[in-house]
Design a protein around this ligand. Structure first.
Ligand code: HEC
Length: 322
């Protein structure tokens, strides 16, 4: 029996150590079990291990009411959290239960009537305060994410304890009594509604910024995406075919050998199945000397002297590189 005791104490110590490791800097005791929703792997059972038969408490169940089948962007959902089953509850001030809830998108808060009973360890987690353990039902509010990012399934984790009330005040030390409480944990993904996906697709990206700089020989259009979701540009010249290509935050399009005169360059940002309105850049390509003898309006061939100069410059540049 003594050996058995020693072994179970060792096992508990190992579990305590292990759970602390799993949940990183989360520390749990009666007063504070943040970090044990299951999001980091560990749930309440890390410490509230179940007592062996015949002392095993009846099973508990974590219940969430008020969640939609699929979430809509920016919508606030009033949720009722409950722990059902487990040992029978003792009247306050004996603790009756607790929970830790996390979601990986949107924000969690709670209504004013829960002030002093609950707290937010961070914007995506709600857990109990000691005053909040004298019940088995709590109210929280989940505000779904907006359309800053493409709608995706939101992951949810909730771990609960159905307490037998043998710890009136938080001692922050284990006497083994927490093993007569029952536990449960649930985790699932909540899909985005088809309306959320449609709203995402309908929402245009921000249009890109672009400027053109032209010489007789070449035009460079330099641009920037204004929308963080943009991954591609689609562009066309003078109402021609669209060209689509991948483009980072800053990009350039080089246009060689354009005819002298006015041109129109249209470009839009694209990404994640969405497009921006077009940005239009109008520019003029300067012409070569006109007013030629004979009244012919033909571009003059590049002067041999100019070509020689360019060649000389290139040679100098190459040499100074070495
Ligand atoms: C790191 C260990 C640890 C984890 C993890 C843990 N607890 Fe506890 N819990 C304790 C200890 C130890 C006690 C009893 C000692 C005390 O009063 O602090 C306790 C007591 C409680 C009590 C009072 C029980 C009673 O019968 O009086 C509640 C309620 C409670 N915990 C809720 C939770 C919930 C909910 C979670 C998970 C979200 C959780 N605990 C996770 C260690 C832990």
């Amino acid at each position: 029996v003594a050996l058995n005791r020693l072994l179970s104490t060792l096992a508990l110590a190992a579990l305590l150590g292990g759970s602390a490791w799993l949940a990183q800097d989360a520390q749990a005791n009666f007063a504070d079990s943040a970090g044990f929703s299951g999001r980091g792997g560990a749930t309440c059972i890390a410490c509230h291990t179940l007592a062996p038969a015949p002392l095993t408490p009846p099973p508990a169940a974590a219940v969430i009411e008020g969640l939609p089948a699929a979430w809509d962007p920016g919508q606030a959902y009033a949720l009722t959290l409950r722990v059902e089953g487990g040992p029978s509850a003792l009247p306050a001030p004996a603790p009756q239960g607790g929970f830790d809830l996390s979601l990986d998108a949107g924000t969690l808060s709670f209504p004013p009537e829960m002030d002093g009973l609950l707290r937010n360890p961070n914007a995506q987690e709600v857990t109990y305060l000691p005053e909040g353990t004298m019940r088995r039902e709590w109210q929280v509010v989940w505000t779904a994410p907006g359309l800053e990012q493409r709608p995706r399934p939101v992951q949810l984790w909730m771990a609960v304890v159905s307490a037998d009330g043998n710890h009136v005040v938080a001692l922050n030390a284990s006497d083994g009594g927490e093993r007569f409480d029952a536990v449960d944990a649930i985790a699932f993904a909540l899909p985005a509604s088809s309306a959320a996906e449609a709203a995402w697709r309908a929402l245009p990206l921000l249009p890109p910024a672009a400027e053109a700089a032209s010489t007789e020989l070449r035009t460079i259009v330099a641009g920037r995406h204004a929308d963080g979701n943009a991954t591609h540009i689609a562009w066309r010249l003078d109402g021609g075919q669209w060209t689509v290509r991948e483009a980072g935050a800053e990009w350039r399009v080089r246009l060689d050998g354009l005819e002298a005169g006015p041109h129109t360059f249209a470009v839009r940002s694209e990404g994640a199945d969405r497009a921006s309105p077009e940005t239009t850049v109008r520019f003029d390509v300067p012409g070569f000397a006109i007013d030629l003898p004979g009244g012919k309006d033909t571009p003059a061939p590049p002067a041999p002297l100019l070509l020689l100069c360019l060649l000389a410059l290139a040679v100098v540049a190459l040499r100074s590189r070495r």
